[in-house]
Ligand binder design. Sequence first.
Ligand code: UDP
Length: 553
Amino acid sequence: QSQEISQARIDYHVALQALQDHGTRMVCTGKMHTDRICRFDYLCYCSEAEEFVFFHSNSSVMLPNLGSRRFQPALLDLSSVEDHNTQYFNFLELPAAALKFMPKPVFVPDVTLILNRFNPDNLMHVFHDDLLPAFYTMKQYTDLDDEARLVFMEGWGEGPHFDLYRLLSTKQPLLKEQLRNFGKLMCFTKSYVGLSKMTTWYQYGFVQPQGPKANILVSGNEIRQFARALMEKMNITRVEEAERDGGSVVDEKQRDKKDEYIVVFSRSTTRLILNEAELIMALAQEFQMRVVTVSLEEQSFPSIVQVISGASMVVSMHGAQLITSLFLPRGAVVVELFPFAVNPEQYTPYKTLTSLPGMDLHYISWRNTKEENTITHPDRPWEQGGIAHLEKEEQQRILASKDVPRHLCCRNPEWLFRIYQDTLVDIPSFLEVLKEGMKTKPSLKKAKLPTTVHPGRVREPQCQTSVQTTNEAKLTVSWQIPWNLKYLKVREVKYEVWIQEQGENTYMPYILPQQNYTFSENIKPFTTYLVWVRCIFNKNLLGPFADVLMCRT
Ligand code: UDP
C-alpha cells in the first residue's frame, strides 16, 4: 500500500490549467443535508486553514445551489451519524483567479472518498458507522473501486482498528493530520464527500434515548455480503464452507455435529464476567459442546472472525465486541449479558442487528437481577463509570436505584456507573433464561425457506355486475396471476380483494385462494364499488395492488 501520492500519473500543467479554467464542479444527491453525498471535480483542501475550498470560475457547477442555506446547518453530514453538529461538512469559496496568488496545488489523482469516522476506538462504531457505510457508498459509485483513496477528516489518529479500514481499498487511507504533508493546497481530481446512511440500524440517543432507527433500510443479506467481502480480504474461509468444498456429504453431518462449538467473548479490562470458568463449564455441560473463549486483547481480529464464523453460539457481556455477530453463520445464537440495573430492552444495537430480516440469528438476553452479584467501581474516572465526583446525595440516589432511567447519550453518570459493573453470573438463572430462549429458536430450514421474491401485480383485473332484485346485486371480480408467478415455486399463493362503496371511507377486505369470486353479501344495486386486488405469497409477502376497478351494479 503506497502512502505517497504520485504526481507522475497526471500531467501537472494540464490539471492546473483545468482547475484555473473550470474551477470546482459539484453535483450532489439528496434534498437534505442528512441524505446528501456530493461528487466533486477539483475540490481543494487548504491545510493551513483546515478548510475545503471551492474555486469559482465561469464553468464551475454547484448543485444544489443553496446560497447561504448551505450553512443552515451544513451542506452535508460527513459521518453516517445523522445531523450530528460536530460532523458537518462545508467549504470556503474563492474565485479561481485567486490561484495565481496561492501556493502551487498538489493534485491527488486517485478517486477519493472523504468522510469522518465517528468513533474509531470502538469496534461497534467502526463497523456500524464507518465500515458498512463506506463499503456501500463505494458500491453506489463505481469509480470508488479497489483503488479508491479514503480520507478521514474527523482528526483522530489511526486508532486500534485501522487494519479494518485498510481492507476497504488497496490504497492506504489518509488521516487529516497527514494532509499537511502534501503541501499547503491539495486538490482532489475526483472525490466524493459523505457517507450513505442506508445500512445503519441504530441511533445512539443524541436527541431521544438510544434505540433502533425509525426506518431501517438494510437487511441481513447486505450485512452478510459485506461480512463475506471483508472475510475474503482477511483471507478467512468459513469452516463450514471449507468442509463443504472438501468433504463428502455423508461425513459432513457427523462432523458438523461433533465440531459445533460455543464462543464466550470475554472482556479483560472492564465489564467483566467474574466467574467465566464456571459459566464455560455450565455451557459445555448444558449443550454438550466445546466452549472456546476469545477476547480483543488476546487475539488478532481476523483470528476472532475465523472462530466466530464457525460458531453455533456467542455468549458475551453487552459491549462493542458483540458487533462480531455479523460474522456468525446463519442459525447461530447470540446471548447478551447485562449488568445489574441495566434494562436489556433499552440498549439494543446487537439485538437489532441479529433481528434484521434475513440475518437468521437468534437473540437471547440475560440480566443480572441479584445486587449481591455485582461489583461496582465508584472510584474510577467518570468515563469508566466513577461517581466519586458527584454530590453525596446524587451518589446515594444512584446507589439506591435498581434501574437506570431512560437517558440521552453520552455522559449520564448513572448509566456509566451501571454499565461498567463487573458481574458474577448466576448460573441457574442464566441457564433458565437460555433454555427458555432456545424454545423459540426457529429451525434454520424454516428460516431459510421463505422466498423473498414479492408477487407482481395481478393482471387483467375485471369486474362484472348484475342486479337480482331491488335490494340484491352481485359483483364478480376476476384476474390473472402475476407475471412472475409462473417462474417461481411458491408454497402458498393467495389474493386479497378490497371492496369499497364509492364515497364511504371503509372497505371490506377478503382473502381468496382462487382467481375469481362472486360477491353478493353487502352488495347493493345501482351502486358504484371501487375494487382493489393484490397477490400474497406465503402469507406475508404482499404484492402491489392492480389499478383500481370501478364497478357499477
Ligand atoms: N474493550 C475490550 N475489552 C474490555 C473493554 C473494552 O476489548 O475489557 C473494547 C470494546 O470492545 C470496544 C472498546 O474497547 O471496542 C471500547 O470499550 P467501551 O467499554 O468503551 O465500549 P462498549 O464496549 O461499551 O461499546
